[in-house]
Design a protein around this ligand. Structure first.
Ligand SMILES: C[S@@+](CC[C@H](N)C(=O)[O-])C[C@H]1O[C@@H](n2cnc3c(N)ncnc32)[C@H](O)[C@@H]1O
Length: 682
């Protein structure tokens, strides 16, 4: 964007003084340049807002977005941090005067449950120069770094809230990267976690994205909430293959209770943040995405349980990417309906979905068309060459579909980004046994349909990603190492093999695993048959991962050389060289500890104090003799290897611990060390 050049090039006095950087924006389009005649003409033709709101709407689009963040993590942790923000930070920011102006303190987003989301709006220079805001900013950076706070656009927090995920749900996030909504879904799945230990949900979350590199963002996101119920796949969502279940489960394929379709979109609702959109916007951005968006939603419909729920969302204002997609999906799936969620999140200001709109393929927006026929008649040649279909236009049955139950969020309503959300379920009378429903859905797909309304994925029994049928459930993991080859070539194609390392379940009698469990003093209910390693031989080389029962069933029943599974389960144990004269052993990883904690014998946990913690944090391998006298006999009595230390709440040198902290420790001959990564240590 030629940032530097523009800055320096602003003319007056540049030779003498550096031009003042804009304190709000990350790029440098002047407010006066935030215009686009195509955008105006198109959205005026759509009557996207009443005429008397048009200027307020545009004004909001040209104003920088406030900073919003969400207190993340499981409920108990989030509540404790939220109390600190409300009771310590907000009061300290409530009377700040900067350059003769009183600055507004952070406020809670009124619609977010339990007040866990916040918004503040001060220029960047305030964050640099006001001591109070600087301190708050450092707090936010730190807590974001360790995963307790998630910087997320307010409107982007909505879809997971409307999905209403519970720990027993099977959940699919079809277009998940970079993963801010995935993190929310994972938190909901883990709603029963406590301050120190993680629950093992019986449900599952699969986060999928067709972009391989972006799936690694998902893995990174999830690292702050390790879960034995979390998988990442790298597939084309519009062609997502069946996931098989074992013959014993009574159902041949995995269906989902909750599916999020946060589909790729033109993103003009993010124009306050991505101000380059002012220059580039044109109607074909949205026109071109409608087909893919519909195919993804159609695929979700096929993967949903009879009583399941789908949330479809975009950060686009364009009805072609929103109501048109919903209408086309509802028309070809009449057993589905839009759920009236007007009473949910009462404080959220929203507008009903649109029931009429006027698409065009004309970049200059000299005309828009009320119907597809009118468009074809006026532009026979263009109509033949564009991807516009009658499905881009409002349906004849608009009011029967209750499109007004969709939600539109406009920036001028509550100082947010622009967003669209629709909640879909099967009509309750239509909730039929799967067998019957399947036939009906297939019938509907086979019934003659106008070309434009025809979803492109009727052939759901085989997918280009699967090529050959996957083998049925593999051998039970009880006695043998059960090897599942890791998968290859994503993005929906080719039938080739992927190069991911295979997922190999260990036998619960595996010698190394048994020794690891014994040495770590885990209780007999530790789910040792759900431990996997990532190599074809099933050798316990370095790390061991834990899955829940459902994930194990899925891994065993499917062929992951055909379905690219990027990650599954959570890493819990890793090999630690013992040092001179001490054999190598396995230790509990810092990030795996909350998952393993429910299976540890409380009597084996060593309780320390703030002085001991300080010594462990500040020195790399503090000698046993460097600890306070009263603690040394306790250290001396510990076997060499991995232990769990607990530090109750306390204060020391201005640092405080507000709840129990549990960490893995390694004891070698003469020293002990804290086995957490640098970030956690910090
Ligand atoms: C709007 S973004 C999703 C944002 C994400 N839900 C979040 O909250 O962080 C859309 C994502 O869809 C992915 N995508 C595009 N085409 C896809 C397809 N055919 N199947 C699956 N994912 C796709 C893109 O790589 C992109 O990461």
């Amino acid at each position: 964007m030629g940032r530097g050049r523009k800055r320096g090039g602003r003319g007056e006095g540049g030779r003498y003084k550096k031009a003042k950087p804009d304190e709000y924006r990350t790029d440098l389009i002047e407010k006066a340049d935030m215009k686009n005649e195509r955008f105006y003409a198109y959205y005026k033709a759509q009557k996207i807002v009443p005429d008397d709101e048009w200027e307020a709407f545009l004004d909001a689009l040209r104003t920088p977005l406030p900073t919003t963040f969400r207190v993340a993590g499981s409920r108990q942790i989030a509540k404790s941090l939220n109390d600190t923000i409300r009771d310590v930070h907000v009061p300290s920011l409530s009377d700040v005067i900067f350059e003769d102006q009183k600055l507004p303190p952070p406020v809670q987003l009124p619609w977010y449950p339990d007040g866990l989301a916040w918004q503040f709006n001060v220029p960047k220079k305030v964050l640099r120069k006001s001591p109070e805001f600087k301190k708050f900013h450092s707090f936010l950076v730190f807590e974001t770094d360790v995963g307790n706070i998630s910087r997320q656009e307010a409107v982007s927090m909505l879809p997971p809230l409307f999905l209403e995920v519970e720990p027993h749900h099977t959940v699919m996030d079809m277009c998940a990267a970079p993963g801010s909504k995935t993190a929310q879904l994972l938190e909901a799945l883990h709603a029963q976690d406590t301050l120190t230990s993680s629950s093992t949900p019986s449900g599952l979350l699969i986060a999928n994205d067709s972009d391989y590199k972006r799936t690694h963002l998902l893995i990174h996101q999830s690292a702050r909430l390790p879960s034995p119920a979390f998988m990442v796949t790298n597939l084309d969502a519009s062609n997502y293959p069946h996931i098989k279940l074992s013959a014993a489960s009574g159902s041949s394929k995995l269906l989902f209770d909750r599916i999020l379709c946060d589909v790729p979109c033109s993103g003009d609702g993010t124009i306050r943040k991505n101000i380059g959109i002012w220059k580039s916007w044109q109607p074909n951005d949205g026109n071109g995405l409608h087909g893919l968006q519909l195919r993804i939603l159609q695929r979700a419909i096929k993967m949903l349980k009879p009583d399941g729920r789908i949330v479809y969302s975009t950060c686009s204002l364009n009805p072609v990417e929103n109501e048109a997609v919903i209408a086309a999906a509802l028309e070809s799936n009449p057993e589905f309906h839009l759920v009236d969620v007007s009473s949910k999140l009462h404080e959220l200001k929203r507008r009903p979905g649109m029931t009429s709109w006027r698409p065009t393929a004309d970049k200059a927006i000299s005309s828009t068309y009320e119907t597809y026929d009118a468009f074809v008649t006026a532009n026979p040649e263009t109509a033949a060459s564009t991807k516009l279909t009658s499905g881009h236009w409002p349906p004849m049955s608009g009011h029967e579909l209750n499109l007004e139950r969709c939600m539109r969020i406009y920036p001028h309503q509550q100082d947010s980004g622009g967003f669209f959300v629709a909640v879909m379920e099967r009509r309750s009378a239509e909730v039929k046994p799967i067998r019957e429903r399947k036939r009906n859905v297939e019938d509907a797909a086979e019934a003659p349909q106008p070309e434009s309304k025809k979803p492109r994925l009727e052939n759901e029994t085989e997918h280009s990603t699967t090529g050959t049928p996957a083998p049925e459930a593999a051998t039970s993991g009880a006695e043998l190492k059960t090897i599942v080859e890791g998968g290859g070539g994503a993005s929906g194609g080719g039938g080739g093999s992927f190069k991911e390392m295979p997922y190999t379940f260990l036998s619960p009698r595996d010698e190394t695993l048994v020794s690891c469990i014994t040495r770590l003093r885990l209780t007999p209910n530790f789910p040792s048959s759900n431990v996997l390693v990532r190599n074809p031989e099933g050798d316990v080389v370095r790390s061991m991962y834990l899955t829940n029962d459902l994930m194990k069933e899925i891994i065993l029943a499917n062929d992951f050389t055909k379905i690219r599974l990027t990650t599954a389960g959570t890493k819990v144990f890793t090999k630690q060289e013992g040092g001179k004269g001490v054999e190598a052993q396995y230790r509990i990883l810092g990030e795996g500890l909350p998952v393993v904690l429910p299976y540890t014998d409380p009597k084996s946990i060593v309780t320390g104090n703030m002085n001991i913690l300080k010594n462990l944090v500040l020195s790399h391998y503090p000698l046993c003799t460097s600890f306070e006298q009263s603690f040394r006999p306790i250290l001396d009595a510990l076997e060499l290897g991995c232990h769990i230390f607990k530090f109750p709440p306390g204060e020391l040198d201005g640092a405080s611990l507000s709840h129990d902290l549990l960490v893995p420790i390694w004891k070698s001959g003469v020293s002990v060390s804290l086995m957490v990564d640098k970030k956690a240590k910090k």
